[in-house]
Write a protein that binds this ligand. Sequence first.
Ligand SMILES: O=C(O)CCC(=O)C(=O)O
Ligand SMILES: [Fe+2]
Length: 266
Amino acid sequence: MNNKPEIDFERYPLDKSPGAMADTIATCQNQLEKDQYCSLPGFFPTATLANVVTEVDSLIPKANQANSLRNCYLERTQDPDLPHSHPRNIMNPARYRMIPADLFSDRSSLKKLYFWDPFRSFISQIVGESELYPSADPLQPVNVICYGPGDQSAWHYDSDNAFTMTLMLQSAEVGGVFELAPNTRRGIEEENLEYVSSVLSGERDRVHTVSRTPGELTIFRGCNSLHRVTQVAGARKRLMAVFVYEKTPGVIGDPVVNQTVYGRVN
Ligand SMILES: O=C(O)CCC(=O)C(=O)O
Ligand SMILES: [Fe+2]
């Protein structure tokens, strides 16, 4: 599948010579390096968003709902050998619905974007990878996370991906704010537990509120930067598309992860 997707080509001329995007790529690289996220507003125009939202609305009833207490490592059990204040023992509620890739039509603008080679090459340049590949998993490549009233995500680190790519489809009326604390840890060898605990307990000094307007593409490095989505209120759902690229071809997801996230393995 390699059809041209319906993005705003005037603002983002990915269909022109590679040099046409050089300035945007450099700006994104700098922002990503500095803040651990970068933003491309207006990537999807309004008409494209409207089509995708219609498709998403029809799929929500088929989506699995995640609803659990979890720590920032995405674990659902505490460790009784550690103090109460240890990040492993600070549990927060997470509730949302996840629409897996196989429910979307091949004609969906989300899939056209995901499988379009110039887009993948653009993203690999921003994140500094020589090559990225589509995921071979039936469920993981293109998802939409739906947050209805009362839904939210808990402060967490993303597990293995070096970067996470999201596109805001529809914002909530109230709440649903994406917050990110850049570089809360250096990696699992340098956890900075005191600072992590302070963010989990409400310390706001280094927390960024990241702008997410409808149509905006955001790339972030969520592996070492705590992030969350605050609780949504109001009738309009917050709808966020998430795209997963891999560093090697043919990658299939962990069946345990798929069962937890989607309620099925494939
Ligand atoms: O819904 C969002 O804005 C972010 C979701 C998230 O944390 C993720 O995809 O890793
Ligand atoms: Fe995340």
